[in-house]
Design a protein around this ligand. Structure first.
Ligand SMILES: C[S@@+](CC[C@H](N)C(=O)[O-])C[C@H]1O[C@@H](n2cnc3c(N)ncnc32)[C@H](O)[C@@H]1O
Length: 260
């Protein structure tokens, strides 16, 4: 599995070049400590065969809910994050996970639903420009697009669209058809989530990702039915992302979804 192999390459190089430094008293032990070394060992030997899970096989629980935890324990936290001086409503966990997915997926198109000030779109466009071998496009959609800051509008990979997502027929179908794959779709608008998903799913192909942010801590009827629809549409939860820092320690509980 690719995850372990990247780490393995680093540790193989350490072992090959500095074999006598790799014990607890060498630089390996000094840098990481024996408990951390045990954790690294677990990373190297992790079994990822159960990485992709059906929504119906998962509990709707989270080890912590990052936005609430930050409010309670750090006073400012995730809701006060900025990027290049613009508001970005992402948790530190998700800011760590998206670059990993962008590197792994190499998306040619990122669709963001919900632009706010444009800080997150700008962040995605910057990430794409440094992480993707072939540059693609970021399209960010919002009804209140006048709020988008000029600094975000200047990014060459990033385009903002004004659209009311409460009616999916407002999407420009011809544009969607023309956008190259793989796609990474991030729904951060929270408007008609499952209608928008069903509509966009017709344009998605196998291997594309769909992330639904800020879903409820406890699943309600709408989400139970919605995730049934998602499962029927052939999507699996990528638990590498949902559970990287603990079960569903992400703002997108059970909702880093890969189309089979
Ligand atoms: C949580 S914010 C987006 C945050 C942003 N993606 C970020 O990470 O910083 C949700 C956005 O959805 C937009 N929104 C609300 N209703 C909408 C609608 N009917 N159509 C399109 N966008 C809408 C709001 O204007 C708001 O900017």
């Amino acid at each position: 599995m690719k995850f372990a192999s990247e780490h393995k390459a680093f540790w193989d190089a350490c072992n090959k070049n500095y074999p006598d430094q790799m014990g607890p008293s060498g630089f390996g032990g000094q840098l990481f400590g024996s408990r951390t070394l045990a954790g690294i060992h677990a990373v190297l030997n992790a079994d990822h065969s159960d990485r992709f899970a059906k929504p119906s096989d998962r509990n709707w629980m989270s080890s912590i809910y990052p936005f609430i935890a930050d409010q309670r324990f750090t006073k400012i936290g995730a809701l006060a994050m900025t990027y290049k001086g613009l508001v970005i409503y992402k948790t530190p966990f998700d800011l760590a996970l998206y670059p990993r997915l962008i590197w792994e997926l190499q998306p040619r198109t990122i669709l963001e639903l919900g632009s706010a000030q444009g800080g997150s779109g700008l962040w995605f466009a910057d990430k794409m420009s440094v992480l993707c071998e072939k540059l693609g496009e970021v399209h960010s959609f919002d009804l209140y697009s006048k709020i988008v800051h000029e600094r975000a509008r200047k990014h060459p990979l990033l385009t903002f669209h004004q659209i009311d997502l409460s009616d999916v027929t407002n999407f420009d179908k011809d544009m969607l058809i023309s956008l190259p794959h793989p796609w990474l779709v991030i729904d951060d608008a929270h408007v008609q989530i499952f209608s928008v998903f069903s509509y966009l799913n017709d344009f998605l192909v196998s291997g594309d990702y769909y992330v639904i942010e800020d879903n409820p801590v406890h699943a309600n009827r709408e989400f139970i039915d919605g995730f049934q629809l998602i499962e029927q549409a052939g999507f699996l939860i990528d638990t590498y992302y949902t559970d990287a820092f603990g079960t569903n320690v992400t703002c997108a509980s059970n909702a880093w979804l890969r189309k089979s």
